[in-house]
Design a protein around this ligand. Structure first.
Ligand SMILES: Nc1ncnc2c1ncn2[C@@H]1O[C@H](COP(=O)(O)OP(=O)(O)OP(=O)(O)O)[C@@H](O)[C@H]1O
Ligand SMILES: [Mg+2]
Length: 736
């Protein structure tokens, strides 16, 4: 086999790690220094020169996609088929162990994996059966508790419960353990814990695997949790070697139990381990690297390392202060279009953001400009569970006979309507050729539903009727706000602890913002002053139709050239020529919760920013909005402290308004209300411009959509607040 191919593209430090003798190694190095490359080449080296077979090796990656890529790279490097090699995530490898040794693991042969939603369902049912008060012990908190304990390797019997609440939680945990065991169900955390116990408690098996895996290699080691580290320690046999590669500056999963300390423990637990440091970065320009180094130097307690590159310093980092999030999205999408026009590919561009909810405005702008995009590691906005729930309520308000909507929300949030009741409703609807809604009404009035079921269904019907009636006179965004609050959907999702619940609440708030900005293409009523009337059901129907269509637009095909969108967390390990980090604002990034939770969390946010910056190869844009709508309201935003932590000489402020905000009135197709049109063209009204209106007074243009005299403007008036106006009808005078 050709060994030169394996080592020729490595620098001296990388080669040292790749060609090392058989001992434990810790490769501790900054972003883009070739850690993942070293890991892959080490495997190739072991196979090509050290007489190992793929059977002897185990490689742990952070995602399944990374595992697939690793295998492909190896196969290309070696010209071998490596299907038999164990490469995967902690979860997939644990699963493989349990499938093979289901009997020793005390599992039924066809045990089922519970995803997070299934797990919650099991917990809820169980609590109901036990008669546990779910106000005092919210099921989602129970789920959080159980997974947290498992991640620390603790079974219910070993939980040290303090106080009544924790004792209650521990009891739920114990009952949950029992039920999963009875039913052959295994949740994600259980996969790892069970695999660990399997090996620990079955000495022959442990010996077998310890002997088998001569080399264990782990990428992204800084993000392993207690259980994963224990798993690695157990599996590494007396005659095997462990290679861990990682970067303490990129530890971003502390909130999920990852332990940076595992890096320090490594050299204690494996005393013969050699530490290799890589300092040359091959990914980014000098400027990007200097910025990353400067940013991360604000953290304390680092293991300390510098990165350098002998490449060009490249272009400065562009910082764009957008007027608002619409302007921000437009700025980004325009630049991507420009990049494509200049012969670049869309897939070379990545838009990274801190919270999922931020994707909505970006998605809409991309859709509008017909730029294919892919959301990596996540769903499109209108496909997200909480959004679908909210839309289902709205759909029922518009059309009571909407069966999928009815089914989706009749028991969401939980209101004690079980499958038996639902079955009865379905049967009746089927037999009588009615909608579920109609069936429900008739079964109640006919006394065919009894007791709690009858009361709950009745309450549900009344809720929808009341929402319909109360919301009708309200502006659209208030209708949605009313629905989210009165159905308790917001509270329901807020109870889901941790990042997930928080993301769901943020998405629901974003829905209100979306609705508030929603501008039905037509027909709308308009007052004499050119103000668009967004009230009534027509607007809601239009909105729902568009949301459904947005969701129906399939993601770009795998092989289609598409812009890559993802959260900063998901971007770990990846690289792109052109990177945009959007929403670099105080409260958003760093996230408000992290600011409140103190120094450790804030440092984790800074590491996340470091991860974001170091994804960029050639050009990095940081954008922030001066005003951002959250929960339908405009908030003034300050640029993130992270921007001020970057050396000024590396930054270039984009002279925004002049370059980006184009006149709102593009060439008109029709002459229509000629006066206003020519007036607008002459003065070139722009987003961000101050204007005055004879009735509403002075205001500022927040947003503009459409062309010519039909251009719709969102204007925030000092006196009367925000209004949508149609340019061709609105007598506006520019003030600046
Ligand atoms: N010796 C080298 N010569 C040329 N290119 C290299 C070399 N080492 C690494 N690279 C390239 O540099 C880029 C970064 O490498 P890699 O992804 O392995 O870094 P990493 O340390 O794993 O980064 P991260 O911390 O972001 O996971 C890749 O495009 C890789 O191919
Ligand atoms: Mg890597």
């Amino acid at each position: 086999m050709d060994v030169t191919a394996i080592i020729e593209s490595l620098n001296a430090a990388q080669r040292e790690a790749v060609c090392a003798d058989e001992h434990d190694q810790l490769v501790l190095a900054g972003a883009g220094s070739g850690k993942t490359r070293v890991l892959v080449h080490r495997i190739a080296w072991l196979l090509a020169t050290a007489g190992h077979s793929p059977h002897d090796l185990l490689a742990v990656t952070f995602t399944n996609k990374a595992a697939r890529e690793m295998r492909l790279r190896l196969e290309a490097l070696l010209g071998l088929n490596l299907r038999s090699m164990w490469v995967g995530t902690f979860h997939s490898l644990s699963h493989r162990l349990l499938r093979t040794h289901w009997k020793d693991a005390q599992l039924p042969q066809h045990f089922q994996i519970l995803d997070s939603d299934d797990q919650l369902r099991v917990i809820k049912r169980l609590m109901k059966d036990l008669g546990v008060d779910d106000d005092r012990f919210p099921p989602k908190q129970a789920q959080w508790f159980i997974n947290g304990q498992k991640d620390e390797g603790r079974r219910a019997a070993h939980v040290l419960a303090r106080g009544e609440f924790e004792r209650g939680m521990a009891e739920i945990y114990a009952a949950y353990e029992e039920r999963c065991q009875q039913q052959g169900l295994v949740d994600f955390a259980e996969l790892l814990l069970r695999a660990l116990e399997l090996l620990r408690d079955t000495p022959l098996l442990l010996q077998h695997y310890q002997n088998r895996f001569k080399h264990i290699l782990v990428d992204e080691f800084q993000d392993t949790n207690t259980l994963q580290y224990a798993w690695l320690r157990l599996l590494r046999g007396p005659n095997s070697c462990l290679m861990a590669v990682g970067d303490d500056d990129q530890s971003i999963y502390g909130w999920r139990g990852a332990k940076i300390e595992n890096i320090q423990r490594f050299t204690e637990d494996f005393s013969g381990a050699k530490t290799v440091r890589l300092e040359q970065n091959y990914r980014s320009t000098g400027t990007i690297l200097d910025a990353a180094n400067a940013l991360i130097s604000h953290n304390t307690g680092r293991l300390g390392k510098e990165l350098w590159t002998d490449g060009a310093s490249g272009e400065p980092i562009s910082v764009y202060a957008a007027f608002n999030e619409q302007d921000e999205a437009r700025f980004i999408v325009d630049l991507i279009q420009q990049h494509v026009q200049d012969g670049g590919l869309r897939r070379e561009c990545a838009i990274l953001y801190r919270s999922n909810a931020q994707s909505r405005t970006l998605e809409e702008t991309l859709l509008r400009q017909q730029v294919p995009y892919r959301i990596y590691g996540g769903q499109r906005f209108y496909e997200r569970l909480e959004i679908k729930n909210a839309l289902a309520y709205l759909r029922l308000m518009v059309n009571r006979d909407d069966a999928p909507a009815f089914e989706r929300v009749i028991n969401t949030p939980t209101r004690g309507i079980g499958t038996t009741t639902l079955e009865k409703l379905r049967a009746r609807a089927r037999d009588e050729g009615q909608s579920l809604w109609q069936a429900a009404i008739e079964m109640i009035s006919g006394g065919l539903l009894k007791g709690r079921a009858a009361t709950s269904v009745q309450a549900f019907i009344q809720l929808i009727e009341r929402l319909d009636e109360q919301s009708l006179p309200l502006p659209l965004h208030e209708q949605v706000e009313l629905v989210l609050n009165d159905t308790q959907l917001m509270d329901f999702h807020a109870q889901e602890k941790g990042e997930k619940g928080q993301a769901r609440v943020e998405n629901l708030k974003e829905l209100i913002t979306a609705v508030r900005q929603y501008d039905p293409a037509l027909p709308v009523t308009m007052s004499d002053d050119g103000e668009i009337n967004l009230e009534g059901r027509a607007a809601l129907e239009h909105f729902l139709a568009e949301a459904t269509l947005d969701a129906g637009d399939t993601q770009a095909e795998e092989d289609q050239d598409a812009v890559q969108m993802m959260t900063l967390h998901t971007a770990k390990g990846l690289e792109f020529p052109l990177v945009f980090i959007a929403g670099v604002e105080e409260g958003l990034f760093p996230h408000q919760m992290s600011i409140e939770e103190g120094a450790d969390r804030l440092e984790e946010e800074r590491r996340l920013c470091y991860v974001g910056i170091t994804r960029a190869m050639k050009k990095l844009y940081l954008t922030h909005a001066e005003s951002r709508r959250i929960y339908g309201r405009d908030n003034l935003c300050r640029p993130s402290r992270f921007i001020s932590e970057l050396p000024e000489n590396l930054l270039q402020e984009v002279r925004l308004r002049a370059s980006i905000s184009r006149p709102v009135s593009a060439r008109p197709q029709v002459r229509h209300q000629g006066m206003a049109q020519s007036q607008a063209e002459e003065v070139g009204l722009r987003v961000g411009q101050q204007v005055s209106h004879p009735k509403f007074g002075a205001g500022i243009i927040l947003h503009a959509e459409g062309d010519g005299p039909k251009t719709r403007l969102l204007i925030n008036f000092d006196e009367v607040g925000e209004k949508w106006l149609v340019l061709g009808f609105a007598p506006l005078t520019p003030l600046d």
